[in-house]
Design a binder for this molecule. Sequence first.
Ligand code: C5P
Length: 308
Amino acid sequence: MSVVSPSVTVRAPAKVNLHLGVGPRRPDGYHDLVTVFQALSLHDDITVRAAPELTVRTRGEGAAFVADDQTNLAYRAAVALAAWANHGSGLDIDIDKAIPVAGGMAGGSADAAGTLVAVAELWKLDIDRAALSALAADLGSDVPFILYGGTALGTGRGEQLVPVLSRGEFHWVLALADGGLSTPKVFAELDRLRDGRPEAGPGEPARPDDLLAALASGDPHAVAPLLYNDLQPAALGLKPALRRTLRAGTEAGALGGIVSGSGPTCAFLCADQDSAVAVAAELAGAGVARGVRVAGGPVPGAKVVDHG
Ligand code: C5P
């Protein structure tokens, strides 16, 4: 008889940035941001169980493009938590992906956040939210938000978070692109575009008060024209085909469209669920995306969904 050790499964959401204001490049290479995140109902499921060694296995959307070695953010999350807890790091980490890889939707960050929550539960660690957030921020700028979920204003590198009042459910269509974009390359392209136009050099990014008011009203018609992403020109420069995708989404009836984070996924805000399904069908037929998903937001952050 084989004995299977107990497992914990965590569901971790994708994110979209409804607003992404990027300040100048800092001496440490990062950029100060003012961003509004929303967690979406497109999830990776992360299952962990005790094992002799630390291994990561990935299946699902884009799994072939994920390195299952020490560079994997889930692997690094397990190592970081083991060091914090003074615990051996022997674990099997199984990741079932739905979030596009290198898609600008925090897929790697979701796997890291999911691993932190799952392993803390498996080992019954007494770790508070602040300590978990600090570990998360060391792993990547978006990881704390994936723990947090909902809708939030992010500052600093994006890791300093306060909740944003958001009424009702927003309906999104996500257009997945062929191939990914490297986040550092997109930020570097933005720096290059700005260096060529010093007169347009950025100041400190401002808080998007109009968008925050629109989110509180819950009216997607008010939110859509306020979607904004400083990284979008850089992402479009690196992947010009995305211009067609963005145009096709609004022509199909979306209220607004934007490149998600550093791209290349494009996110379209729709009036309601029926409209989102119709926009998704039209985009799928238009040949401007590798795949199309319908998702709602906001949803909760990474949370335990199963004990095996
Ligand atoms: O924090 P994370 O590892 O996800 O960031 C990946 C890369 O994205 C950084 O190395 C940096 O090039 C860029 N980045 C940035 N400013 C931020 C967040 C990320 O320049 N606030």
